[in-house]
Design a protein around this ligand. Structure first.
Ligand SMILES: CC(C)(COP(=O)(O)OP(=O)(O)OC[C@H]1O[C@@H](n2cnc3c(N)ncnc32)[C@H](O)[C@@H]1OP(=O)(O)O)[C@@H](O)C(=O)NCCC(=O)NCCS
Length: 169
C-alpha cells in the first residue's frame, strides 16, 4: 500500500472512484435526484481535471498495487464556521473503499493529509461532515478532531447540516 500525490493523469480513475464511493456512502439516505445532480456536477472528468490542476487543492491517493483504494483532498480557503487557531486548511474530501474500512487505510491516509497540511504551513486542519454520517464522525474523533461549529452543505436541492470539526496539526 502506498500514498502518493495525484497527477492530471489520475482524473479518469479519480472521477470513477469518487462517483462510486460518494454514491455508496450517501445513496441510502438521499433521493436519487439530489444525489445524481451532485454527482453530475462534481464527479465528471472535466471538474476533476480542473481540481487536480488547481494549486489550492492537493489530492492524495492510496493504492494497493495498481488499485485505487482511497483518496483525500485538501483545499486552501476561508476557514469553516467556528474554526480558530491560526492558519487553517480544509480536509475537503476523504474516502476509503468499503472493502478497506476498519483496516488501517484511513489512519494511514490521515497521516499523509496532516503532513501535506503542515507542508502548506497550516496549523489547523478542519472539515465538514454530515450530521448523519456517524461512522466518519467516530473516525474523526478517534483522530483527535472535535466539533467546533456547523455549516450547510447543499446536495442537489437539499440543504443539509454538516458538523465542522477541527484539530491542530
Ligand atoms: C470515514 C472513513 C474514512 C473512516 O475510515 P474507517 O476505516 O471506516 O474508520 P475506522 O474503522 O478506523 O473508524 C470508524 C469508527 O466508527 C465506528 N462505527 C462504524 N459504524 C458505525 C456506526 N454506524 N455508528 C457509529 N460508529 C460506527 C467503528 O466501529 C470505528 O470505531 P472503533 O474503531 O472505535 O470501533 C470511511 O468509513 C469511509 O471512507 N466512509 C465513506 C466515505 C465517508 O463517509 N467519508 C467521509 C466524508 S466527510
Amino acid at each position: 500500500m502506498r500514498v502518493r500525490r495525484a497527477t492530471l493523469a489520475d482524473a479518469p480513475a479519480l472521477t470513477a472512484f469518487g462517483r462510486r464511493l460518494f454514491g455508496q456512502t450517501f445513496a441510502p439516505e438521499n433521493s436519487p435526484g439530489d444525489l445524481g445532480a451532485y454527482l453530475d456536477e462534481t464527479y465528471v472528468e472535466a471538474r476533476q481535471l480542473a481540481e487536480l490542476a488547481d494549486p489550492q487543492v492537493e489530492t492524495l491517493l492510496v493504492e494497493d498495487g495498481e488499485a485505487l483504494i482511497a483518496f483525500a483532498q485538501l483545499r486552501e480557503g476561508a476557514p469553516g464556521s467556528g474554526v480558530t487557531g491560526g492558519r487553517s486548511i480544509e480536509l475537503w474530501r476523504f474516502y476509503v473503499d468499503f472493502d478497506w474500512h476498519g483496516r488501517g487505510v484511513a489512519p494511514l491516509l490521515m497521516r499523509a493529509v496532516e503532513d501535506a497540511a503542515r507542508a502548506r504551513d497550516a496549523v489547523t486542519l478542519w472539515l465538514g461532515v454530515w450530521e448523519r454520517n456517524v461512522r466518519a464522525q467516530a473516525f474523526y474523533r478517534k483522530q483527535g478532531f472535535t466539533v467546533v461549529g456547523s455549516q450547510i452543505f447543499t446536495l442537489g436541492s437539499d440543504p443539509q447540516r454538516d458538523l465542522v470539526m477541527a484539530k491542530g496539526v
